[in-house]
Design a binder for this molecule. Structure first.
Ligand code: 13P
Length: 298
């Protein structure tokens, strides 16, 4: 058994370990389509930035399935001659079967999110996945506690991670650990005050692993920086890129450029161009904040 993924992909282990040691965080960016993927890969190459591109199960289904995502990413890596380290990661994999399917299709990294399961079942499944993942040189992310987020219009705070569970998860050989530390997917509601740095510190002391901050959009910069000093080595971003894309596309439409038939403003390559540029600019802003920009080596 050996790695299945494309020679230009890497798993995320080395990247997050270097980030953990060097006190910066790798950006994990969720992709939705060709524009997203191309924008991130180009910006990563232009800024010499190691990067994780990720799909949720929903996004990969939207794009047609794991093989479509893998084909698109591998094709871009070749055609754009991307040489910075890039990992292709399954975000919030809900089952071992889905994680294995993505690995077999050519992903180099997977998250198994067993946070909805009783803890004993969560860790048993992580251990089961580790055997398969090790055989294929795949990095694995697990989760304890839970990340807050919106469900039926109610924004939940999530559940803080437990240090004992963090230590046990660390011992399974995973590359990185996600944990509830007061973080929330999507826009942060007004009542939200802060990440729980006390929890983060306790979890880091217990597992000593690179840790993952989900819900990376909209956290105040000083909190992001502090979290990195306390062991956060990968930061997941989805909403912030979507908002940047939305704003730029909205401006194009509000300026009525889509209605300029003489200039062929209706051409999707023109219509999507401002959003695409905004994605690249947001990538540069965030990776500068996370400290991973220009960390790809020469
Ligand atoms: P945001 O959408 O809040 O950036 O969260 C992304 C995320 O955590 C994906 O796993």
């Amino acid at each position: 058994m050996s790695r299945i993924y494309h020679k230009r992909l890497v798993n995320a282990t080395e990247m997050v370990n270097a980030a953990h040691k060097g006190k910066y965080a790798i950006g994990h960016f969720n992709i939705n389509n060709l524009e997203w993927t191309k924008a991130i890969l180009e910006a990563a190459q232009e800024t010499n930035t190691p990067t994780i591109i990720a799909t949720s199960e929903g996004a990969l289904k939207y794009m047609g399935g794991a093989k479509v995502v893998v084909g698109m990413v591998n094709g871009l890596l070749d055609e754009l001659n991307i040489t910075v380290p890039v990992a292709l990661h399954l975000d919030h994999g809900q089952s071992i079967e889905m994680a294995k399917k993505c690995i077999e299709a050519g992903y180099s990294s997977v998250m198994f999110d067993g946070s909805h399961l009783p803890y004993e079942e969560n860790i048993a499944k992580v251990k089961e996945l580790m055997v398969f993942a090790k055989n294929h040189e795949i990095s694995v992310e697990a989760e304890i506690g839970s990340i807050g987020g919106e469900e039926d219009g109610v924004v939940g705070e999530g559940e803080l991670g437990d240090p004992k569970q963090a230590a046990e998860m660390g011992a399974t050989g995973i590359s990185m650990l996600a944990a509830g530390i007061g973080n929330i997917h999507g826009k942060y509601p007004e009542w939200w005050k802060s990440l729980s740095f006390e929890t983060l510190q306790a979890l880091q002391d217990a597992c000593k692993l690179p840790m993952v901050l989900h819900g990376g959009s909209g956290i105040p910069q000083d909190q992001v920086k502090k979290a990195i000093t306390l062991g956060i080595s990968k930061i997941n971003v989805n909403t912030e890129l979507q908002l940047a894309f939305r704003d730029a596309t909205r401006k194009y439409v509000e300026d009525k450029k889509d209605l300029d038939d003489d200039a062929k403003g209706f051409d999707p390559r023109k219509l999507l161009a401002p959003g695409y540029k905004a994605l690249k600019a947001t990538f540069v802003e965030l990776t500068t904040l996370f400290g991973c920009a220009n960390k790809a080596g020469k």
